[in-house]
Design a protein around this ligand. Structure first.
Ligand SMILES: C[S@@+](CC[C@H](N)C(=O)[O-])C[C@H]1O[C@@H](n2cnc3c(N)ncnc32)[C@H](O)[C@@H]1O
Length: 273
């Protein structure tokens, strides 16, 4: 086999992302540019890295090339979270489950400090290995008028009004208010956003049937039980997504909103379906 057909290559990270996002669901599908968020890329100690950053500070955005190190498998067809429940070829998506799990994110460059890059919002979890940094060059890298395949169809669908009205039972409202007031977790808005479009069972939107007329939706650390009557979604109660035996097991490091979940169970024990 010639060198050009080499079957495997070895890459070495140049550094790692330091971010507040410990678990995958905290990292949004693409960075949210409106959030004021700081992340740090720490390059490994190697004098050449610091020299290689020379002249980068003048760019306001860089591409990061990185590895989905928390994933180990891939599938040729994936179910994207956006749009109707339809599998798409993985190469027509930004799914993390790829044959070579390489991630690509254009991220704001706020400052260059020796071996550290101070970055804006990003969709990488803490500890993600970075393989390369390239300047984002608007004249070369931006083609806003190109077609975006099935995503254009989804975007067109979103322009139409949501089909379902989402209402909350008094008990669910109290729980949602409590989460917002005590933990700044706005689960109610998120539920309205998700369920008003499509409350039907869907694996990657994490909606499952729980009985003849009861459904449950999972959303990060939280879940909600609801019924659908015609075009009305009735949210009946909210709950912590993880059982107490997990929440109390400190050996499990990666549980999202752990404290808030424990407090929720303590406050509303037995109220969920
Ligand atoms: C949809 S992917 C898109 C990534 C990148 N912008 C791209 O287009 O290649 C973003 C998701 O990857 C997940 N993620 C982030 N860092 C990861 C890591 N190191 N390993 C596995 N999954 C990760 C997060 O759940 C995030 O929502």
């Amino acid at each position: 086999m010639g060198a050009s057909e080499q079957r495997s290559l070895t890459l070495h990270p140049i550094g790692f992302i330091r971010s507040q996002k410990q678990v995958k669901f905290q990292a949004l599908h693409q960075p949210v540019e409106t959030q004021s968020e700081r992340n740090v890329l720490e390059l490994l100690p190697d004098n050449r890295h610091q020299v290689a950053l020379q002249d980068l500070a003048g760019f306001s955005r860089v591409w990061l090339l990185w590895w989905f190190h928390r994933n180990s498998s891939w599938r040729p067809l994936v179910l994207p979270p956006r749009g109707p429940a339809r599998r798409r070829g993985v190469f027509a998506t930004r799914s993390p489950h790829r044959p070579n799990p390489l991630g690509l994110t254009p991220v704001q460059l706020i400052a260059v400090e020796r071996r550290r890059l101070i970055l804006g919002p990003c969709d990488l979890v803490d500890g993600t290995p970075i393989f390369d940094i390239k300047p984002y060059i608007p004249a070369f890298d931006s083609f806003p008028d190109e077609r975006a395949g099935w995503l254009d169809d989804v975007a067109a669908g979103l322009e139409t009004a949501p089909e379902f009205v989402v209402q909350f039972s008094p008990a669910a409202l109290i729980q949602a208010e409590w989460l917002l007031t005590h933990w700044q977790i706005d689960f109610r808005s998120r539920l309205i956003e998700l369920l008003a479009r499509d409350p039907t069972p869907h694996r990657s939107r994490r909606i499952r049937r729980r009985g003849d007329s009861l459904f449950v939706i999972g959303c990060g650390a939280w879940r909600a039980f609801f019924c659908v009557l015609g075009k009305t979604v009735d949210v009946q109660s909210l709950d912590a997504a993880y059982p107490l035996r997990f929440l109390n097991n400190l050996a499990l490091e990666e549980l999202p909103d752990r404290e808030a979940q424990v407090a929720f169970v303590d406050r509303f024990a037995g109220s969920a379906s």
